[in-house]
Design a protein around this ligand. Structure first.
Ligand SMILES: [Fe+2]
Ligand SMILES: [Fe+2]
Length: 246
């Protein structure tokens, strides 16, 4: 079942890295500093998934094959590509890249405290945050290079969400206890992650005139979408529904 994911990531890996934005002057001046601060925090989080990927490969989870392993490696590279694109945006907006930030540390510490399956749930929650936040920012910005690049990254995150959801659907299966365990753990981790995002990026949301409640509702729709994907959706899924939910 993982062959199509390997092919998907192989095709995506052929995309050239886009040029850094050169049209940031079109973004309202009052938006630029908070936008830059938010993008720098996400940039920091984009590069930290290689360690979990190595753990997944070592753990030899049931149903995982060579195609999955190849896809997972390419997924990590794609996140590295996002980090480089976001770095271009931060520099174009006159900001500096971060070495560390409390929200990123929180995710790292959270992952280290947990077992592999829960770590993967944290990874899935990060996809929800990325998809929801990049889509929200790109919509608010409307036009311009940063909006276009964020849209492309959000599309990628939507597919990452499907990729991880496919793994969980396989791991959870039809066992009643496993399904309830997944639901409890997923909603706990995802709700905490969404709350952290809304608090951490409150200044950016305020500067761009985006309501925190509205942001939370959008994120929760994605959390519910993951729940349906893993526990109730047919095996063959399309990206369009994910994009609509964002
Ligand atoms: Fe990403
Ligand atoms: Fe992602």
């Amino acid at each position: 079942m993982w062959t199509h994911w390997r092919r998907y990531f192989e095709n995506h890996a052929r995309r050239p890295l886009p040029a850094p934005p050169s049209d940031v002057d079109a973004i309202p001046a009052a938006w630029r500093a908070p936008l830059c601060a938010s993008l720098a925090r996400f940039q920091l989080g984009e590069g930290g998934e290689g360690r979990i990927a190595r753990e997944v490969l070592r753990a030899e989870l049931p149903g995982v094959d060579a195609d999955y392993c190849a896809a997972l490696g390419l997924f990590v590279k794609e996140e590295g590509r996002h980090a480089r694109i976001l770095a271009g945006m931060v520099r174009a907006l006159g900001g500096q890249l971060l070495r560390r930030h409390w929200s990123e540390r929180l995710f790292v510490i959270g992952r280290r405290l947990l077992g592999l399956r829960l770590k993967l749930l944290v990874l899935l929650a990060a996809e929800v945050l990325g998809l929801g936040f990049y889509a929200l920012l790109s919509r608010r910005l409307g036009a311009g290079t940063i909006a276009e690049q964020l849209r492309e990254i959000a599309d990628d995150e939507g597919m990452h969400l499907e990729f991880h959801a496919d793994l969980f659907r396989m791991l959870v299966g039809q066992r009643r206890a496993a399904r309830w365990l997944f639901r409890g753990a997923w909603w706990s981790i995802a709700l905490l992650a969404c709350a952290v995002l809304v608090v951490d990026h409150r200044r950016t949301l305020a500067a761009l005139g985006v309501s925190r409640a509205g942001t939370l509702v959008r994120l929760l729709r994605l959390v519910a979408l993951v729940d349906r994907r893993v526990l109730g959706a047919p095996l063959v899924v399309g990206f369009s529904a994910t994009a609509r939910a964002a």
